[in-house]
Design a binder for this molecule. Structure first.
Ligand SMILES: Cc1cc2nc3c(=O)[nH]c(=O)nc-3n(C[C@H](O)[C@H](O)[C@H](O)COP(=O)(O)OP(=O)(O)OC[C@H]3O[C@@H](n4cnc5c(N)ncnc54)[C@H](O)[C@@H]3O)c2cc1C
Length: 552
């Protein structure tokens, strides 16, 4: 017997979400994090609608929405020559309070939990606090994974304590590397990252600038400075005095001499009293791991893929992977998974990383053209005309980045061995999301008659929706699931809105809210259906989910 069912390496957002979801599913796990998780520079500022849906499941969406920027702070994106200079273009976006009010008002919206702008800085303490509510979750900070070996019964990991320097051995049934871009887990498995090594160079600096809230006027969540001297974006962290600047340079630029104070002056257009809280120099890449797993070891988050943060999806895709892997690992540990379930993790998720990384990298490369843009900052007719031209270029270069509903919800698992054969779901498109009940697509959102979003009523594992009073008796599917130990809940929906929305009398929904099958009648062999969705049907290796992303 091993020490722990699941050993997680890395306590960044992805590792923490994996731990929480395993905890919610009553699967014991130990998370090792080598640091105290107080990085000098917070990175992510944008949590996708899909991540917010996961946070709702984990019981923390409300807490996250009420932290960070004030609820009435607009999430506009403004493009200027400099913060104190003229505006080139503005994408007007609502405050989080307005976004949430609009989401709750109708049946047809795509989600009850729209995307939310908040710094990782505020989210991580909430994740840690929530982990204490799950008795199956143990978080160990100051513990570093030094290496591991796979055994006949699991994994033997070698762990060093940062305080005593002592090394101990921990055995686990499964190990998940959520240990970031330099992943020890990935390297130990001998898995290569392939793609584009350097798309761009960048600097991220974190500041306290008491006067900046007055200068960013009208207020904006992000303000780009495009002036031929620097290309950077200033991000409001708390709506008051804390700000982040991400500055971008062509690949190959040596950024070691760039000073954070000088960068702030270039962004604002004049020297402003400030305190530099941290600075990080990094390279923007597009790299995806060749494999996501071995028999008992898996990768999730930055250990599996790295790409430029345009569209803010690196962490969000990692969070979705963690939730995905959690239900699959829980199925194994609870004894109802088929032999091919875990292998489907890579088959379903790797194509998503490939597609999204391609989209983000395209935006990154397009924006780099603005580094050397000719910008006439004069207050003259020629200056105004040239800035109008630049505004139009900026609008094209950066289109689709900030309202990516399609990016959040449009990817699908058509072609996965866990998904029943069906026609192809709508094309994965960045800008638009087309709700679909096609097998392999995310179950479309619906607000039930009592005002509850449907996702709140789904079971923790599989749910069979029986829609309309003419729908067949689902008993044969329930019996087949029960025979395999697959937890399945039946949810009856009788409202005209549900019939209109789902247009199918029976719909089998997976633990990750994706449609596994739908039909008008009970399938010929309910057992074959259940075997397929639990990974005991068709062998998984090399089965392919083929998606590519359509950009605006
Ligand atoms: C400037 C910038 C802005 C970004 N903005 C966004 C955004 O808005 N939205 C978005 O989705 N993404 C964004 N990203 C990407 C995002 O930051 C990453 O995708 C995300 O942090 C990945 O999370 P992770 O948990 O996989 O890895 P990490 O955050 O890198 O965490 C890995 C953890 O593992 C620990 N670790 C490593 N090795 C070991 C070991 N051997 N033993 C124990 N612990 C170990 C590390 O200490 C670390 O805490 C941004 C990235 C950058 C650079």
């Amino acid at each position: 017997m091993n020490d722990v069912p699941v050993l997680i390496v890395g306590g960044g957002p992805v590792g923490m979400i994996l731990a929480l979801e395993l905890g919610r599913r009553n699967v014991s796990c130990l998370l090792l994090e080598e640091t105290d998780r107080s990085p000098a520079v917070p990175r992510a500022s944008s949590f996708s609608a899909r991540s917010m849906e996961h946070f709702r499941k984990l019981g923390i969406a409300g807490r996250i929405r009420s932290s960070g920027l004030p609820a009435d702070y607009p999430t506009d994106v403004s493009y200027r020559t400099r913060i104190c200079g003229p505006e080139l273009h503005r994408i007007a976006l609502p405050s989080s309070a307005r976004i949430l009010a609009a989401a709750g008002s109708g049946h047809s919206g795509p989600t009850a939990e729209p995307q939310h702008r908040i710094s990782q800085l505020y989210v991580e303490p909430i994740l840690l606090e929530r982990s204490r509510d799950f008795p199956h979750v143990r978080i160990e900070r100051g513990s570093k994974l030094e290496g591991f070996e796979e055994t006949d019964h699991g994994v033997r990991a070698f762990v060093r304590s940062a305080t005593t320097g002592e090394t101990r051995t921990v055995t686990a049934d499964h190990l998940v590397g959520c240990d970031g871009g330099g992943s020890t887990v990935r390297k130990t498995l001998g898995i290569e990252l392939t793609g584009d090594e350097t798309v761009l160079q960048a600097i991220t600096a974190f500041y306290r600038v008491p006067q900046l809230a007055e200068l960013v006027s009208p207020p904006a969540w992000m303000t780009w400075s495009v002036n031929g001297e620097v290309l950077c974006v200033t991000v409001a962290v708390d709506g008051r005095d804390h700000w982040l600047i991400h500055a971008f340079y062509p690949a190959g630029t040596d950024t070691s001499g760039v000073d954070a104070g000088a960068l702030l002056t270039q962004a604002i257009g004049r020297p402003t009293p400030h305190e530099v809280l941290g600075i990080e120099r990094w390279a923007g890449r597009r790299l995806v791991a060749d494999r996501y797993s071995s028999e008992r070891v898996f990768l999730a988050g930055d250990s599996a893929h790295l790409w430029v943060p345009m569209a803010g999806m690196g962490m969000n895709i990692g969070i979705d992977e963690a939730m995905h892997l959690a239900w699959m690992l829980a199925a194994v540990h609870q004894g109802w998974a088929g032999p091919d379930l875990l292998a489907a993790y890579e088959a379903e998720r790797r194509p998503v990383a490939e597609a999204v990384s391609g989209f983000a990298t395209g935006i990154g490369k397009g924006l780099l053209d603005l580094v050397s843009a000719e910008v006439n900052e004069e207050d003259s007719t020629a200056g105004i005309a040239s800035r109008q031209r630049l505004g139009r270029e900026v609008a094209v270069a950066d289109s689709g980045q900030f309202t990516p509903m399609g990016l959040s919800f449009g990817y699908h698992y058509h072609g996965s061995p866990l998904i029943a054969a069906d026609r192809r779901p709508p094309e994965f498109s960045v800008a638009e999301y087309h709700p679909s009940i096609t097998a392999g697509a995310r179950l479309p959102h619906l607000v039930l008659e009592d005002g509850t979003p449907i996702y709140d009523r789904l079971g923790r594992d599989f749910t069979l929706l029986r829609i309309g009073d003419q729908a067949p008796d689902p008993e044969p599917v329930v019996r087949a699931a029960s025979a395999c130990g697959v937890p399945l809940q039946v949810l009856e929906l009788l409202s005209p809105a549900a019939i209109e929305r789902y247009r199918s009398p029976l719909l089998l929904v997976r633990p990750d809210q994706y449609v596994a099958w739908h039909g008008a009648a009970i399938p010929e062999s309910p057992r074959d259906l259940i075997d397929r969705v639990r990974g005991a049907g068709v062998p998984t290796r090399n089965a392919g989910v083929g998606i590519s992303v359509k950009v605006p």
